[in-house]
Design a binder for this molecule. Structure first.
Ligand SMILES: [Zn+2]
Length: 285
């Protein structure tokens, strides 16, 4: 069975990394076997890139953004990290542009299909966690209605309260099937062994979070959520003007960079196509 799965992984467009060291099997201190996959939740053309800064730096520019989601396979259960763009985009003949003209979005494939390619089904997921509850991160969330949703309590309240249901029905409808909710108030060690840790980094939304993965690779991995959308914003610490709280975002950026340095982490910006490709390459090694 393992051979078949590995063959499927080799044939598919996604990547994964089997981090188990067989030679460690006799050691009592064997690290858990954890596998990471980076998958494709669609593409976004940011037609008005000026939205991604507090100033006029990007006026007149546009940018293509990836929309990655991630599967973490842990002996104690699997975690879906983020939900990509809405799945009703799959199969649309043309990319969809929102009424404001700010974003043109497309999604090629459903989560179910992509999981099939790595030998998994929706039922295999103990947990789902979203970096935050924006339209390009909640796409296939409802599919995981039997999983436990790990969400910051303030994020949950913000996006599910009565007025949010009316003001942002698309977001609410995309997460409302998630009934097994584990509300968090801060960082959360998902499996209790330090390998998969949700870190609270608020500001982009009220309960925005990032993911730390210490899974036996050369360096630990840090997935940014939307703390940064592309390299330049990380370099110059620019925050989108649509963030919930910009000063809070800047504080999170400081905390993130200090943590990344402390752990010597390999940082991957989830909306960066370059980082998507870089992680795929790393996981193929
Ligand atoms: Zn966002």
């Amino acid at each position: 069975m393992k051979k078949i799965i590995l063959l499927l992984i080799g044939l598919s467009i996604i990547s994964c990394k089997d981090t188990k060291k067989d030679e460690d099997a006799s050691n009592n201190d064997v690290p858990p076997k954890i596998t990471l996959h980076v998958l494709d939740g669609g593409k976004i053309v940011a037609n008005k890139l000026d939205l991604f800064s507090e100033d006029t730096t990007y006026t007149g520019q546009s940018k293509i953004l990836a929309d990655a989601f991630y599967v973490i396979q842990h002996p104690k259960g699997n975690l879906m990290w983020d939900g990509g763009l809405p799945e009703n985009l799959v199969g649309m003949p043309e990319p969809f542009t929102d009424p404001s003209g700010a974003f043109t979005v497309s999604r090629k494939d459903s989560v179910v299909n992509q999981l099939k390619a790595i030998g998994l089904t929706v039922e295999d997921f103990k947990y789902i966690a979203l970096s935050h509850s924006h339209f390009d991160h909640v796409g296939h969330a409802n599919v995981f209605k039997n999983s436990t949703w790990l969400v910051q309590e303030n994020e949950y309240d913000f996006f599910t309260n009565d007025s949010a249901q009316i003001k942002q029905p698309d977001i609410y409808n995309a997460i409302k099937e998630l009934k097994n909710v584990q509300k968090l108030n801060g960082d959360h060690d998902v499996f209790g062994d330090g390998t998969v840790v949700i870190k609270t980094m608020p500001g982009h939304t009220i309960g925005h979070q990032v993911l730390y993965l210490n899974i036996g690779l050369e360096k630990p991995i840090l997935l940014t959520g939307d703390l940064y959308h592309f390299d330049e914003n990380r370099t110059y610490k620019r925050a989108p003007m649509f963030n919930y709280d910009i000063p809070m975002t800047k504080k999170s950026m400081e905390a993130f960079e200090a943590f990344a340095k402390e752990k010597n982490a390999n940082v991957f910006i989830q909306h960066s196509q370059e980082d998507f490709d870089r992680l795929q390459t790393l996981l193929k090694k």
